[in-house]
Design a protein around this ligand. Sequence first.
Ligand code: TEU
Ligand code: CA
Length: 585
Amino acid sequence: MKLIPSLAAFLAVAFVLASTPVHSQAAQTTPNGYTKRWWKEAVVYQIYPRSFQDSNGDGIGDIPGITRRLDYLQQLGVNVIWLSPHYDSPNADNGYDIRDYQKVMPEFGTMADFDALLHGIKQRHMRLILDLVVNHSSDEHRWFVESRKSKDNPFRDYYIWKSPKDGKEPNNWTSFFSGSAWKKDDLTGEYYLHYFAEKQPDLNWENPKLRQEVYSLMKFWLDKGVDGFRMDVIPAISKDPAFADLTPEQLKHPEFSYSMGPRLHEYLQEMNREVLSKYDVMTVGEAFGTTAAQTPTLVDDRRHELNMVFQFDAVRLNQDNGIPRHWTLPELKAIYTLQDKQLDLHSWNTIFLSNHDNPRLVSTFGDDSNAFRVPSAKLLATMLLSLKGTPFVYQGDELGMTNYPFKTVTDFDDIQVKNYWRDMVVPGKVPAETFLAAVRKTGRDNARTPMQWDSSPNGGFSTAKPWLAANPNFSQINAQAELRDPNSIYHYYQRMIALRHSTPALIYGDYQDLDPQSPQVFAYTRTLGADKYLIVLNFASTPISYPLPANLTPGKLILSNLGTSTPASSTTLQLQPWEARIYKQ
Ligand code: TEU
Ligand code: CA
């Protein structure tokens, strides 16, 4: 009788062992309690296809051009690619106005070209995420072409139509691209809502048919094997049904009123249930108009909404809606600390300071002068790749590409700049020089100039005149030159990415800011079990003698952007301008 229960116990143990996957439950959890997931361990590289590589000499980057450069990306060490919109579009906003979600933009190539790109990415053990732009479509999308035809068209409710109020706009909401967010359509006399350009009418998520259309287009791409989505302005998809006027105070930052509408969580949970949960994919929401405190409501894994979001506090430190502002290091540190405090073991952050909507990383957060461009770009790489959260590298930042020397408004392509020029400068509300001085620092086209591949005409981007001029500094700053130079920014990114991939503490380790008040030094630790790393960054063009807080001894120097080596025993560090060091304690 005694044998039977122990036999049962033995069988139970044997069963558990046999059915446990190769990575046991214990191996799936980090010493500090995180569930391991591939997208937490990824380093993402964003491609803006129009500006990456032209392959057929028409001056426009394209998909075969990206495929040609996959080895470059694999060598860099990034393992997820986020592709900005590649769908058919009339390009009012460079592809963020989609005419057909299941067709490739003809300028970028064919579906066969897309399939070849995806295949090339998989072959190199990398993954691809797409841009899901479903807060709005193009006004040339067939849904909108139908919708505007009549009030009783079956597609009318795919968009947000309102009758005039006292013969004018339904409310005082403004567009991010200047002017009212409402456009009157003469055919029916009603107004449609557009948070962005007139050619970007907002979709009506209240309509379950529209939601099913979105889920089906998502499945179309997921079934091809893509690995997830970056979701454009996703917190804005649920509109406040009151459509009430905003106060003058709210109008200064309308994004906070347009975001986190009452049905947002319901929509995201439905999308997760019907689509995302059926695939092993990653999602990152562009959470424009949300606070750090709201992030957990979007990314807590028990809620089944998104994996991560881009929260804007850090990336917009240098501006207030396009107006440049002075930012300080304690502000930046406080944001990272706040984001970290808001997120527990069920949530995950992103780390990014640049993308196609923001000026260049090194020009904004570093020093792009000849003397300090290289060390400051490397310092920023050190920070972005050693903070807690999935890092996103924007194309060209790995070369230290800089802002463009815009002279006049005709140097710009961006609809945002052109609309504000038309509405503010032309009628004399803002002097041209004031406006130009601002957009030189904050304008989106800074980041959209062609990728600088080599010193041949147009930086090797295209044999034809590019759609947006290449930065004239391509003869010095380009991939070919950096690949040849072992001390280049590119090779430093390569080393930092490899270090992150091979160091669990830099991915999952607890983050602690050692010195929140220092105006010049960012010193923090990443700790995972017994592994502790100290990162020290001198965010200034002047040297500093820096006593480590709490008499900390630095430990073993494992990486420095200046090739420095200091004795491990010294508790005061002599840091050169823009010096970055990583120590293992
Ligand atoms: O951007 C969201 C957004 O609102 C801002 O980042 C925007 O670029 C601008 O700075 C607001 O003042 C996303 C896309 O990333 C952007 O390229 C698109 O233009 C926009 O949505 C519309 O799709
Ligand atoms: Ca082309």
